[in-house]
Design a protein around this ligand. Sequence first.
Ligand SMILES: [Cu+2]
Length: 173
Amino acid sequence: MKTSRLEVVSGDSDEQLNRPETLALNQGETVKRLLFLCITILMGVFASSCGGEGTLTVKDPWARPTLVGQNAAIYFVIDNATRQDDTLLSIRGEIADSMEAHLSTMDANGVVSMKPQESVFVPAGEQVKFEPGGLHVMVVDIAKDLQVGDTFQVVLTFRNAGEVPLDVPVVER
Ligand SMILES: [Cu+2]
């Protein structure tokens, strides 16, 4: 059985359309508003040149089709455009009770092993890629099939950026 959720977004545009005073501005008010606008823009420029303008985002999420009961892997790119180092602390989602960051490595004999990562460091101004053969989020014992076209949500928790929700599409790659 499929359940779906509808979200109703209420706008307040009607209110703004029905305000006659915006049409009856005299010149003094117009100048004041322009001045205020200029100051606001200048403050914005000043703030961005002082750092902290960027944000941490998580891009290009994907997971392969996986059958219920198996382990799935989630891949994405963490882009830390801030001037502050950050750390991925945990990840959670409804598709499984347990998710953890893993690092796959291959030894000299070509044997691949995975090591759980307690956290993942994301340096300021850098990207960290979760991709096949390297870092990935291991989803242990998924609760339902992941089929091509499905999307599921997870939430990543960072030390500084806080919680970052992510919609992960299931794709064949
Ligand atoms: Cu793994």
